[in-house]
Design a binder for this molecule. Structure first.
Ligand SMILES: NC(=O)c1ccc[n+]([C@@H]2O[C@H](COP(=O)([O-])OP(=O)(O)OC[C@H]3O[C@@H](n4cnc5c(N)ncnc54)[C@H](OP(=O)(O)O)[C@@H]3O)[C@@H](O)[C@H]2O)c1
Length: 284
């Protein structure tokens, strides 16, 4: 590093577990860019002062993770339409001292989906499990990509209904609906879907049960899990058992990061290098 090195990073609390520094620094090195990506451990009550510091220190931008993705909104100068709809920011760009909030999760999901399946979402009937930040990003992107329908099921029905209300304001062509979080409704919803997407955090803990069993899934379906740790979740195991196409969350992790890389550097990210950095770290 020199006085001229461009700095970016990731703000969260805790942050030591994050794989993003590895992925981004490998990409900078591969392209010969004089940039460094730094983990920034910031407690919730320190967000405002941390933002002032990053701005003054000349950071080009940073990623935002738990627990700041929503809290940070009120400190930013501008939001992209995606970030405004989703109501959360995962990437900040600092341009002329102004803080611009982006959310790359939806596009990251879609790029990973297309890469893994060779398919698009155009005309597809999608069922999204969950209604938090990640679900909002995926729902928003699905309508942009021309999905025929988006159904949302969430443990808290009110949250799913809120997402559906917001989607209806944005789209006329895509049929949107809400489902209650019951076995019967989920089984019915899965029966109607071409693509099933888990955007809840269920699957992260080793004791989590599968959200759906293989007997309700079909071989012609695509089942995506946004959870990336473990890479093969109980839901994906059930999807494979049913003969469905199973897509894990690691691809989305790479692509949402690659989009942030593009925002900060204006360069095409070396996706394979980023993927390799993640896979190698997981082999440790
Ligand atoms: N692969 C990637 O790059 C990527 C990117 C972003 C997020 N993610 C993953 O996506 C998941 C969701 O993230 P988020 O940011 O959307 O979190 P969030 O805003 O906190 O939302 C969590 C969601 O999970 C649901 N949920 C939690 N525990 C549940 C349970 N026991 N049973 C049923 N539903 C439950 C919540 O339902 P309620 O509303 O009822 O509480 C809510 O819909 C996480 O696992 C995260 O790691 C992955």
């Amino acid at each position: 590093m020199t006085g001229r090195t461009t700095l970016v990073g990731i703000m969260g609390y805790p942050i030591r577990h994050s794989l993003s520094p590895l992925m981004h620094n490998a990409a900078f090195e591969a392209l010969g860019l004089d940039c460094r990506y730094i983990p920034l451990e910031v407690k919730p009550r320190q967000v405002r002062s941390a933002l002032n510091a990053l701005r003054r220190l000349g950071f080009r931008g940073f990623n935002v993770t738990i627990p700041h993705k929503r809290r940070i909104l009120s400190f930013l100068d501008r939001l992209t339409p995606e970030a405004r709809f989703i109501g959360a920011v995962n990437t900040v760009e600092i341009r002329n001292g102004r803080l611009i909030g982006h959310n790359t999760d939806g596009r990251g999901f879609y790029r990973a989906f297309a890469e893994a399946t060779g398919r698009s979402l155009r005309g597809k009937r999608t069922l999204i499990l969950g209604a938090g930040g990640a679900a909002r990003a995926v729902a928003f992107q699905s309508t942009l990509e021309g999905a025929a329908s988006v159904a949302v099921a969430n443990r808290s029905l009110a949250r799913a209904a809120g997402l559906i209300r917001d989607l209806r304001r944005r789209t006329r062509r895509c049929a949107v609906s809400v489902l209650p979080w019951t076995d019967a409704a989920l089984t019915w919803g899965v029966g109607q879907a071409d693509v099933v997407i888990n955007a809840t955090s269920v699957g992260m803990s080793p004791t989590d049960p599968p959200l759906l069993l293989s007997r309700v899934l079909r071989p012609d379906q695509i089942v995506c899990d946004l959870v990336y740790q473990p890479p093969i979740t109980p839901l994906l195991r059930e999807a494979r058992r049913a003969g469905a196409t199973a897509v894990g969350g690691l691809g989305m992790l790479v692509h949402q990061g690659a989009l942030a890389f593009e925002i900060w550097t204006g360069r095409r990210p070396p996706i394979e290098i980023m993927q390799e950095a993640l896979f190698l770290s997981r082999a440790d």
